[in-house]
Ligand binder design. Structure first.
Ligand SMILES: Nc1nc2c(c(=O)[nH]1)N[C@H]1C(S)=C(S)[C@@H](COP(=O)(O)O)O[C@H]1N2
Ligand SMILES: [Mo]
Length: 493
């Protein structure tokens, strides 16, 4: 009975922040696992070549008799572990991840603000370095199946103080910082940012390791809460009072049951009504993204020596007779058609495009699945095409139509707002790594928009269309992946 002699109480805001944090972390971890399952390899190198990972959660061996695409990599996860579970459901996993992270960061700021605003920090933050040997001593006490002396709890024992401070002031900020380093918009605008960690894949690996850190903390924390006087501990953290009654424990277990229920409910809803989840979470996450990230411009200047020796392929060349014929004739009769809200239908041949001013750039590609590669792209700034086409004043979006179709005959397409399309590193590329765009890279022409995830960069371009609102195209969510896999359309993170 360690802290019998000590009476103390936790303020209500601290107790609330604690339980809110618990709920959000369950969802953040589960959605994070879903995201990881789409490319279950972790690397220290930015080039993400299979075989160069330091950790993998897949037994798949890339096929050698055909192109092994990044889609082949995605593994199935149980909905008991991940939200929403299944294979290639990261679109929905990401909606939960980003929705929860908004509240998690808010909750964290409120908590830390009140910690310092109320003086509560003095109980949490170690005041001197002797916390380290004292915490070590406490750990030894626990490990030899003893409990520290009651006087050690003020209200935390030294090990708790150290562990909690570490989670709050080191791990949580690092999770945020490494999460941001995975945003294509952030690292396109401030390429130095991901180098703070080494590179984007190191940040991704650290982000994963922090997740395992929370899980380890959780196990030890709950074990000790149980072993050091469960009823009394629960009275403190639920009711804010000292005492041996069981009310705190009963309510606390009720909260845990509610968190489990909510996880189940949101998982079930995501599987049953994915569109509803996409639309409702998007209200907040898209707003936040538009405000914070979508205006950033790509300013990448990698060197040719940075170019990756491996670059995953996502989306194979269309097998339609039409496209195969274009391929066979080396795109001689191919034209990029421009239609919609423009001064009159126009079209460009490859020669026309090559005669226009050319941009060459070395940039990092970030797929939604988690892999990245650096490549050199050459092509025409989309801005120049737009200026030539003279869009009508009410044209606000560009739709990129592709020759690519899925098994059900649905076209691969994507969209960009006109202002995003004007960015200097938004180009229509006809060259890759110094040569003509290879068939699997999107020949004859593909979009490159360097502040966004790869799925926005439509390959095998057929035409571009100026529209007032992307909601009138396809199923209305801004692109093929948005329509069929529930991805968010801004794709800045
Ligand atoms: N037509 C078409 N374009 C596409 C895709 C696709 O499947 N079909 N995949 C997208 C995705 S998810 C990514 S990551 C990039 C991959 O480009 P890469 O194959 O050159 O690496 O292309 C994008 N453009
Ligand atoms: Mo992708």
């Amino acid at each position: 009975m360690p802290h019998d002699t000590v009476t103390f109480s936790f303020p209500v805001w601290l107790r609330c922040a604690h339980w809110v944090n618990f709920l959000l972390l369950t969802l953040l971890v589960r959605s994070g696992i879903q995201i990881l399952a789409d490319h279950p390899r972790l690397y220290w190198t930015v080039h993400t070549k299979p075989g160069r990972e330091w950790l993998k959660f897949t037994s798949k061996v890339p096929a050698t008799d055909r192109i092994w695409t990044s889609m082949d990599e995605a593994v199935h996860v149980s909905p008991w572990i991940a939200i929403p579970g299944g294979r290639h459901n990261l679109g929905l996993g990401r909606h939960w991840h980003f929705l929860c992270v908004i509240f998690w960061v808010l909750n964290g700021f409120i908590y830390v603000g009140l910690l310092f605003g109320t003086g509560e920090w003095q109980r949490l933050l170690p005041a001197s370095w002797d916390i380290v040997p004292r915490a070590f001593h406490t750990a030894l006490t626990y490990l030899t199946f003893h409990l520290p002396d009651a006087s050690e709890f003020r209200p935390y024992d030294p090990l708790q103080q150290l562990a909690y401070s570490f989670v709050v002031f080191i791990m949580a900020p690092l999770s945020i910082a490494t999460g941001m380093a995975m945003s294509p918009a952030v690292v396109a605008h401030w390429p130095w940012y991901h180098r703070l960690f080494g590179n984007r894949q190191v940040a991704r690996s650290i982000h994963f390791l922090l997740m395992t850190g929370y899980l380890a903390f959780f196990v030890v924390h709950v074990t000790l809460v149980v072993l050091t006087g469960f009823a009394r501990n629960m009275n403190h953290i639920v009711l804010g009072v000292s005492g041996d009654g069981t009310l705190g424990a009963r309510i606390g277990l009720g909260i845990v049951a509610f968190v489990i229920f909510l996880n189940w409910l949101l998982t079930w809803t995501s599987r049953k009504w994915p569109r509803l989840v996409q639309d409702t979470t998007g209200l907040l996450t898209d707003g936040a993204m538009a405000l914070l990230l979508n205006r950033l411009r790509s300013r990448q200047t990698y060197n040719l020596s940075d170019v990756s020796d491996y670059f995953w392929v996502n989306g194979l060349p269309p097998e339609t007779a039409e496209f195969q014929e274009l391929l066979r004739t080396n795109f001689k009769d191919w034209r990029l058609k421009v239609h919609g809200l423009v001064d009159g239908p126009i079209s460009f041949s490859l020669e026309d495009l090559k005669a226009m001013p050319k941009v060459t750039m070395v940039t990092m590609h970030n797929c939604i699945q988690g892999w990245s590669s650096i490549g050199e792209w050459g092509g025409v700034p989309l801005k120049d095409i737009i200026l030539r086409c003279k869009p009508a004043p009410d044209a606000r979006y560009i739709i990129f139509h592709s020759y690519g179709v899925d098994e059900e005959g649905r076209e691969y397409y994507g969209s960009l707002a006109l202002d995003e399309a004007m960015h200097p590193q938004t180009i229509l590329a006809y060259e890759f790594n110094g040569g003509p765009l290879p068939p699997e890279r999107g020949a004859p022409l593909r979009l490159r928009v360097e502040t966004k995830l790869g799925f926005k960069m439509v390959k095998y371009l057929k035409s571009i269309e100026f529209v007032q609102d992307y909601r009138t195209v396809g199923l209305g969510h801004g692109g093929y992946r948005e329509d069929t896999q529930f991805f968010g359309t801004l794709a800045n993170i």
